[in-house]
Ligand binder design. Structure first.
Ligand code: BT5
Length: 253
């Protein structure tokens, strides 16, 4: 078993780990990566921490991050216009799902950014596009929180049950191998953002949302209907009684 450290991660020679920062403990890798990006950190800057004490989900929610998980954020500087940045959420979800399946767990993608095993969340993805002074005028911070070598009870989540990789497999995983596989799959998906139709085709195969009747909370309102498909830009097509909506954001209840 290889523990994670800066040298070992840099040794993976991934284009997504061109620069590596490794912390024993940090507030949030997401905030740290954003700070580094604002100071000009290149594409492929990776921040990993053993523990986060201020891990963040969407909408200011907290992300519980004790030792044993894989908590990381990547600085991405995509070579495409900002209007396509939303593609990164689906590309990353597909990359994480393929990685977890390589490790032998039947994970599914729940729109927009959860990875579930039998309905319980094992991983959350957070892609934040931020305006900056780049050629393309923005950069993206891609955060991934993966419950690896943890017990679901370590997470002390009051509002829901979570899943972890080690509990699913009945053994601990080598975090360095997990990160290696994850970076390889993310690099492959992010490398074909131009071919988004292919990413969406994989997303459709891996998801557990399409075809279902769902209630979605978005900006304080609730929309209810059938999750019919994703449109060519990755927005969820929701068919309701009052019409068809195309959603990039929201929360399935
Ligand atoms: C997400 O938010 O799913 C995105 C989470 C991204 C976390 C990574 S970790 C590395 C990087 N640094 C950060 O600070 N963030 C990123 P959301 O969809 O808002 O889900 C948040 C909800 O998931 C919480 O309200 C809890 O109910 C639940 N939750 C919190 N911690 C969890 C965990 N470890 N496992 C499963 N569910 C969790």
């Amino acid at each position: 078993m290889s523990a994670l450290d800066r040298e070992r991660i840099a040794h993976l020679k991934s284009p997504l780990a061109r620069r590596v920062e490794f912390h024993e403990e940090i507030g949030s890798t997401q905030e740290r990566a954003r700070e580094l990006a604002r100071k000009g950190a290149p594409h492929g800057t990776l921040v990993v921490s053993k523990v986060q004490v201020g891990g963040k989900g969407r909408l200011g929610r907290s992300w519980i991050s004790p030792p044993g998980g894989l908590w990381m954020s990547l600085v991405l500087r995509p070579e495409m216009p900002a209007r396509y940045a939303a593609r990164i959420t689906q590309a990353a979800a597909v990359g994480v799902a393929k990685t977890l399946r390589e490790f032998g767990v039947e994970v599914e993608i729940k729109w927009p950014n959860d990875l579930l095993i039998r309905g319980r969340k094992i991983c959350g993805v957070l892609a934040q596009a931020i305006a900056g002074g780049d050629k393309q005028g923005y950069f993206v911070i891609l955060g991934i929180g993966l419950n690896a070598n943890l017990k679901p009870s370590d997470l002390k989540l009051a509002d829901r049950e979570a899943a972890t990789l080690s509990s699913e497999l009945g053994r601990e995983v080598d975090l360095l191998k997990l990160l290696d596989a994850l970076l390889r799959n993310l690099d492959a998906e992010l490398g074909r953002l131009d071919d988004f139709e292919k990413i969406l085709a994989d997303w459709r195969k891996l998801n557990c949302t399409l075809g279902r009747h769902v209630r979605i909370r978005r900006f304080g309102e609730i929309l209810e209907g059938e999750a019919a498909d994703l449109n060519p830009e990755g927005a969820l097509i929701l068919k309701t009684q009052s019409g068809v909506f195309e959603l990039f954001e929201g929360e399935i209840e």
